[in-house]
Design a protein around this ligand. Structure first.
Ligand SMILES: [Zn+2]
Ligand SMILES: [Zn+2]
Length: 119
């Protein structure tokens, strides 16, 4: 009887371990949650030029180059999508406070490009 209890306990333990193992094998639950939340809009859909409302696409590129005012920064020449990194150049780690619009060519504060929920 004592032996039977023990083996039953052991069986339960294995069942618990198996469930844990399965969970670690299938982290898709969390991934699904993430993609479900982002399904209604692409990552760039809430970003637009504060001045002309132009919406950058994922394929658009900004250059970390020499910029006059207001940033006054001599960049490293890297081309990347500045909204992938919230304005940080992946080449020299410079945090660009100002982001030029590729359509109207005016500078706006990087933060102003992110559309607020109240709009
Ligand atoms: Zn740079
Ligand atoms: Zn613009």
């Amino acid at each position: 009887m004592l032996y039977q209890l023990k083996s039953a306990h052991r069986g339960l333990l294995w069942a618990v371990l198996f469930v844990l193992f399965q969970k670690s094998l299938l982290p898709t639950d969390k991934l699904k949650e993430k993609t479900a939340q982002g399904d209604d809009e692409s990552p760039h859909s809430r970003i637009r030029c504060p001045l002309c409302k132009w919406q950058p696409r994922a394929s658009d590129r900004w250059f970390c180059g020499y910029s006059g005012p207001p940033e006054n920064f001599i960049g490293c020449g890297t081309a990347w999508n500045t909204f992938d990194t919230r304005g940080v150049c992946p080449g020299c780690q410079h945090q660009w406070r100002w982001t030029a619009c590729l359509r109207c060519h005016e500078y706006s504060l990087h933060e102003d490009w992110y559309a607020k929920d109240v709009e």
